[in-house]
Design a binder for this molecule. Structure first.
Ligand code: SAM
Length: 475
């Protein structure tokens, strides 16, 4: 079978033989200094890397070289993303699921987990609890179940979420992480005003994929892998990729996900908006020790850094599956979006706010970083990052190639940075603790001075005063 990044057939753009050959090529060039220097030079010029070039870097074990890769990833991240970190939270709508994914507690045969599906009233409760924390951007999560969670339920839920205005809060962007679906349904999601459509591949290795998804609609590797194509054909131009690390061999996965990114760029002229890097976590009915491909922290960091070099304009997401310590490391190496104060339970935010404890868990997995949003924001500020609650690009129609152009033209400093500062100011006014407010105000003072264009800086200064006086949501 041929490898053709432009092809719409999953097995051609994620071609198994090409992955194996890339891994062989990487192994045989492990000591090829000239080749490696050339790859690093290309990465440093922010030209991105092919999957084969990335495989060569992944094969390197030389500590000095790995340090150089890390340093370069950090520089590239600063160049294109500045010091902003976009904040979001997952919102679990329903854990009913007809699939048999062996690593996920939602699997159909799990009779121990509490099955829950939020009503529209319960969604309101959740959204108000999320708004009370300060969140503006959500990732909707649901199991795959055509009877319990049909597309109409998802669409109604999105409408409900956007409609809730509470105190100074409003959810301004809803990203969606639901199972692969039809072009028709993706069109409906687009019309409902979603941000990014996110779908994790779980594993690119077809053989492993079919074993890990033995039953249910998700078993179909090709249908799943071609989902982003259908979403893009339906007009959703921001799509997110991801691999669940720990399911299969990481080298195969890294090459696979980069081939997927190359495919989207070749077929649609725009690569993935984000790449997520989840790692398998303990969960109800799931014994992680049964999965032998767990990644060490060192390899995890190397993967993040190489993704940063390979796709410099693609956002990278790390969730609360990771500990504070790991999150800190990967933020430096290229991660641009993180979740905070997440609950993976259905109804978990309102329950937490009201002090209710679930008798039987409905959670998808155990989070490692369980700090409050205020603690996460404070921690980011301490490291001189700007926690950003910005959703402006999406609301101004700067999606797909228009967002990428902004990034490639280096306009982040004049556009995203000011928006990040202003949305941080809103957060500080409405939700922050005293100490977070103090750190935040100090950082804002420093950051405003760095805005390159005088006119933009003046507008930001004016708006910061208006925000302090109660105005919100400048666009
Ligand atoms: N049902 C949708 C689908 O099939 O893509 C939504 C997925 S689920 C709510 C979100 C993601 O959680 C999955 O794609 C999977 O990668 C991840 N996940 C499942 N079980 C997990 C576990 N035990 N640890 C960490 N992540 C897990």
């Amino acid at each position: 079978m041929v490898y053709d990044p432009k092809s719409r057939k999953a097995e051609e753009f994620i071609n198994h033989e090409e992955i194996l050959q890339s891994l062989e090529y990487a192994k045989s060039n492990k000591g090829n200094k000239e080749l490696i220097e050339g790859i690093l030079d290309k990465a440093n010029r922010a030209k991105g890397l092919t999957h084969r070039e990335a495989a060569v870097l992944l094969e390197c074990e030389d500590e000095e070289l790995i340090e150089r890769i890390f340093k370069m990833a950090e520089d590239i991240k600063k160049r294109f993303y500045g010091n902003r970190i976009v904040m979001f939270a997952p919102l679990y709508l329903s854990n009913y699921c007809v699939n048999g994914c062996v690593y996920c507690p939602y699997h159909l045969k799990n009779k121990k987990i509490a099955r829950k599906k939020l009503t529209q009233e319960e969604i309101k409760r959740e959204v108000i609890a999320l708004q009370d924390l300060g969140h503006k951007r959500l990732a909707l999560e649901a199991g795959e179940d055509p009877k319990n969670n049909p597309i109409e339920y998802i669409l109604e839920s999105i409408d409900t979420i956007y409609s809730i205005k509470h105190k100074n809060g409003a959810i301004r962007r809803v990203n969606v992480n639901i199972a692969a679906t039809t072009i028709e349904n993706y069109k409906k999601l687009k019309d409902a005003g979603i941000g990014t459509y996110i779908l994790f591949q779980e594993t690119y290795n077809k053989e492993s994929y079919e074993m890990l998804h033995p039953t249910g609609p998700k078993h179909d590797y090709n249908y799943h892998t071609e989902a982003h194509d259908r979403a893009m054909e339906a007009g959703i131009d921001d799509v997110g990729l991801g691999v669940l690390y720990g399911l299969s061999t990481y080298k195969y996965e890294l090459v696979g996900i980069l081939m997927h990114a190359e495919h989207l760029e070749a077929a649609f002229g725009v690569g993935p908006h984000t790449i997520s890097v989840p790692r398998l976590r303990p969960a109800d009915d799931i014994d992680v020790s049964e999965f032998p491909e767990a990644l060490s922290d060192e390899i995890f960091q190397k993967i993040v850094a190489i993704i940063r070099l390979a796709v410099p304009y693609t956002g990278m997401i790390v969730s609360t599956r990771e500990s504070q310590k790991t999150r800190e490391k990967v933020l430096h190496l290229g991660v641009s979006q993180i979740s905070g104060a997440s609950s993976t339970s259905v109804g978990g935010y309102a329950d937490r706010a009201e002090g209710v404890k679930e008798e039987i868990t409905s959670a998808q997995f155990d989070v490692d970083d369980d700090r409050t949003l205020d603690e996460v924001v404070n921690w980011l500020l301490d490291m001189n990052y700007i926690p950003s609650f910005c959703t402006a690009c999406y609301r101004e129609g700067r999606t797909g190639d228009r967002f990428m152009a902004l990034c490639k033209n280096g306009q982040i400093a004049n556009c995203c940075q000011p928006n990040a500062i202003m949305t941080l100011k809103e957060y500080l006014e409405d939700y922050a603790s005293e100490s977070t407010k103090e750190s935040g105000e100090n950082l804002i003072k420093k950051e405003v001075k760095k805005i390159p264009k005088d006119k933009v800086r003046e507008i930001v200064e004016e708006r910061l005063i208006k925000i302090a006086n109660g105005e919100r949501d400048f666009r």
